[in-house]
Write a protein that binds this ligand. Sequence first.
Ligand code: NAD
Length: 398
Amino acid sequence: MKVYLVTGGAGFIGSNYIKYMLKNYKDIKIIILDKLTYAGNLGTIKDEIKDPRVEFIKGDIKNKDLVNNIFYRYNIDYVVNFAAESHVDRSIENPQVFLKTNVLGTQNLLDVAKSHWIIGEGRDGYPIYKEKVKYLQVSTDEVYGSLSKDYDRAKELVLDDQELKNIVKDRVELKTYGKRFFTEDTPLDPRSPYSASKASADMIVMAYAETYKMPVNITRCSNNYGPFHFPEKLIPLMIKKILGGDKLPLYGDGTNVRDWLYVKDHVKAIDIVLNKGSIGEIYNIGGFNEEMNINIVKLIIDSISKIVKEEVDYQEILNTNLEKINYDLITFVKDRLGHDHRYAINPTKIATELGWYPETNFKAGIERTIRWYLDNQDWVKEIISGDYCEYYQEIYEK
Ligand SMILES: NC(=O)c1ccc[n+]([C@@H]2O[C@H](COP(=O)([O-])OP(=O)(O)OC[C@H]3O[C@@H](n4cnc5c(N)ncnc54)[C@H](O)[C@@H]3O)[C@@H](O)[C@H]2O)c1
């Protein structure tokens, strides 16, 4: 039986990963380590923490004694590090906590894992590790910096690899706004305190791989969307504001481009990299699905208005009139400082080497996400009000 230490498992992607793993593997043990910051919600994993395969530990990845104790107590085989401060706007307001958690926290996890996994020393002086252990760092495409936007409208992406094109063709719309893409060889060029902290973490992971031959992988994914996303990020924020009848603030002129991937496709990729990824390798994960922020917001407006018109029960949730859900809600606000213009991931390496492909068509994924938020308004209220903290006290501190 494999034992996973999943950090940040009460956050957006970590919780989706835990749900995916419990559904797909019977014989596993998952230890969740999460500090439960504003972004971590125990309510998100309330069913999972009752599962006998799961242990939840509230704590900080920077806490060496705690992480050491976890390794002593549970014979950890895999570390999957989702724990991070993850919001760019917050990193502009307060960079230091990003460096502490994202860089020093990562280094602490690496150090403790290394000390528990070493079983000897080779003739070449490098450590020998227990078999089949691995540290996986969940990183982001933002470490590569920003690309230019060459086209005003999305063009069909022409893939060199015909086999890949045939496979993804019916699943995702192959769209791009530019000629260049991030590959795993693109030099790191982070431009926000958030991306600089993630790039620094990646470099320390690779330093452990080189210096101590530690078995690691790094995954660098584009923007995720889907269930359990904290409503400060673009897509859930817009859904929340539309339902509340509020104005929709959009940075600059709304033309910034991101590549979007449904979170369930991302967590499947992480599982594949952990099982099949070559040691020491970095894998980009992306959706071949670039879109401008303004078009995303328009798509959300259109989708909500269509769903709510067709399924009248949802109208109870609205804090506004149906007719008012239109593009007039969009309000352009002063641009984010240092706002990166375009991110575009080329995930050909993971697709061709490991057989992972983005599966979820964007329009279908957005509609699924909106329906999830419509059906889970209690979760949204709970996470915004911080009621899950009381939930934690009730479950654990009593
Ligand atoms: N959301 C995206 O679109 C995206 C895209 C690519 C990569 N990533 C990366 O994926 C990871 C997860 O992102 P997310 O969107 O789920 O983030 P999130 O903010 O929703 O969740 C982060 C989780 O980490 C926990 N945490 C924070 N500091 C901690 C600490 N010091 N010790 C223990 N736990 C701590 C929080 O309580 C929370 O549960 C991050 O590393 C992020 O950089 C995110």
